[in-house]
Ligand binder design. Structure first.
Ligand code: PAF
Length: 288
């Protein structure tokens, strides 16, 4: 497994692979890997060619006062996990490599980046689209793999790929959950035992939304109210948002249909967690 830290070196590696006819799949991550990331790596490996995993805690997607400084990092642990998976290369640039002191260019999307996480974290998606554009230019991948856990990020990145004509297929892997239903996230390490128990309320609320839909409740507003009642009953958490959206444009829906998404974000302890559930189960990976 090649470990590459410099942009020039990474670009040279990509040129060599391309010259020998290899396709490239990329799994962008911020490290502190868990089963969710590893499942994306396995999808990429199964699709063939070379898999490159990027490990970069991207400073531009964190707002002032957010958890950039304490975001969990463990390079040795990440590399060990990736070696065991047979990954071809890992790209670990420094912040200075990606954002030299004279860096001034940002990628700004409208549409699906508005509202929800975009309202609570107004500069977040601009940071994500900027760093992913850089990674796409450096790595020239045929395929890029993202997790459904960050459903709004998926919608924003698909929009960017369409609008900016990146010749890249975006493939979306299923949410990987702990046995009790908690969606896997590197940020789960912030949770105390008490926080962790309380955090499950979000998944319970989304499951109730799905059950009510199955029973015939198709009003987005009534489903949202029912889910909010569940989170409000857990005093240890504070809801950020709960809603039902169209998975492509991320607008709230009035009349819910099977491809829509139930979404939520909560604050628990010192942590903000997001999760979502398909109104009707979809077949993953999504390769549209
Ligand atoms: O989902 C993440 O871990 C990050 O937002 C990403 C896509 C790697 C960009 O920094």
């Amino acid at each position: 497994m090649d470990i590459i830290r410099q942009v020039n070196e990474m670009m040279r590696w990509v040129r060599e692979q391309r010259a020998s006819g290899e396709e490239i799949g990329v799994v962008p991550t911020m490290g502190y890997l868990h089963e969710g990331h590893l499942s994306l790596c396995r999808l990429s490996s199964a699709d063939g060619g070379r898999t490159v995993v990027t490990v970069f805690v991207n400073p531009t997607q964190f707002g002032a006062g957010e958890d950039l400084a304490r975001y969990p990092r463990d390079e040795e642990r990440d590399l060990k996990m990736l070696r065991e998976l047979g990954i071809s290369a890992v790209f670990l640039p420094t912040p200075e490599e990606m954002y030299p002191p004279d860096y001034v260019t940002y990628v700004e999307t409208g549409g699906p980046s508005q509202g929800w996480c975009g309202a609570t974290r107004p500069t977040h998606f601009r940071g994500v689209t900027t760093v992913i554009s850089q990674m796409f230019h450096i790595l020239q991948p045929n395929r890029a793999y993202f997790g459904q856990k960050d459903a709004q990020q998926v919608a924003v990145l698909k929009q960017m790929v369409r609008d900016l004509k990146f010749p890249i297929q975006v493939i979306v892997g299923e949410i990987v959950r702990e046995p009790d239903g908690l969606a896997m996230s590197s940020r789960n390490t912030y949770l105390t035992a008490e926080d962790r128990k309380a955090a499950l309320v979000l998944f319970r609320a989304l499951q109730l939304g799905r059950d009510l839909y199955k029973q015939g409740e198709h009003s987005g507003e009534r489903l949202t109210k029912a889910m909010l009642r569940v989170t409000a009953a857990e005093p240890h958490v504070r809801p950020d948002y709960i809603g039902v959206v169209n998975r492509r444009c991320f607008r709230a829906v009035e009349e819910v249909s099977p491809e829509d998404l139930l979404i939520g974000a909560i604050y628990v302890g010192s942590c903000r967690l997001i999760d979502n559930l398909d109104v009707s189960p979809q077949v993953y990976p999504l390769r549209d």
